[in-house]
Structure formats: structure tokens, C-alpha cells
Design a binder for this molecule. Sequence first.
Ligand code: 3AM
Length: 179
Amino acid sequence: MTGAGLPTRRLFFACWPTPAVRAMLCRETGARVRHCGGLPVAPADLHLTLAFLGQVDDAQQAALVAAARRLAVPDFSLALDRYGWFEAAQVLWLGCREVPAALARLAGELAGQARAAGLQPDPRPFRPHVTLARKVRNPPDLAPPRMLTWPVGDFALVESLAAPAGLRYRLCRRFPDSG
Ligand code: 3AM
């Protein structure tokens, strides 16, 4: 609910892998995830957050969807070539040594759209990453992976849902629309 009592959804924009990219991520990171001592993110939930939006009401969602449809279609390669660990969040992640300018631009544009819709996106600097495991309490093995290439041709609006076993994610729609 918003302060005005409107129903809301907890939403974020993300790069949402295709089944082929998802399979590659699982195949290439599986051993590292199994040995990190944490809770693996379900394969179906792997993603790269572009802009976390928080609680969004229907009117804000409609404005965000209209704005997202006007953005240029992403078309870049993301080289995933490093592991990292957010110690405070206890998260093992996969990311990139060099952030593609197109990725940083897309994240910045979406954060701008969120502000325009009256939301307050995360003010911290954008650190693109795919969370692989949570509750990783001790420093994991961060030796770099074999470089993985994710061809990014779209982005997605995703809902974060509280489930008995923790958070799960629901793909709302991709941009550009697939159909
Ligand atoms: O993509 P990852 O898994 O790193 O931690 C949440 C998750 O990050 C993050 O948004 C992603 C989708 O839920 N998140 C949750 N609450 C947040 C907040 N208040 C947040 N990011 C920024 N501010």
C-alpha cells in the first residue's frame, strides 16, 4: 500500500536472462555456488538489477511502462568476468570488470524514469551484478571465472514476491515487448 492506501507491487527493472543465458550462468557458476557455503539463488530467479523501484502503485507502473517503451532497445554484450562478495549483504555475485557504457546509461535512464514517477530509486552507485548466493558468511573463492558473454537485447520489469521460502521473482514484461 502507498501512504494514500493504494495497492502496490514491489518492482524493479532488470536484465532478465534468456533461457540459454540462464543455462550458461548455471553451468559455469554451479561449482562455485555449491562451495560458497551460502544459499543459492534459484536458477529461474537469476537476474541483473538495473533499478530497484520499491512499492509501485498502478498509475506509477503505467507511467513507468510507457516511459520504458520509449527507451532505445539495448544492444550490447556484457562480459561477465569476475566474482565478487558484498560482505555486509553476505552475497556472492558475478559481475564485470568493465561496465559497458550502454549498461550504465540504461540503468541511469531507468532511475531517472523512476524519479519522474515519484519514486526514490537506490541512491548508491550502480554496481551491476548477478546475485548467485545469499547468506555467504565467509569470504568465498573469488578466482575469476572463464569469461561469459551475455548478449543483452532487452530489459524487464520484474515483481518481487514474498514467498514462504524467501523472495521469488515474477517477470511482468520485457522491453521491447516480445509479442
Ligand atoms: O539484484 P540483487 O539480488 O542484488 O537486494 C535486492 C535485489 O538485489 C534489491 O533489489 C533486487 C531485487 O529485489 N533491493 C531490495 N530492496 C532494495 C532497496 N531498498 C534493493 N535495492 C535497493 N534498495
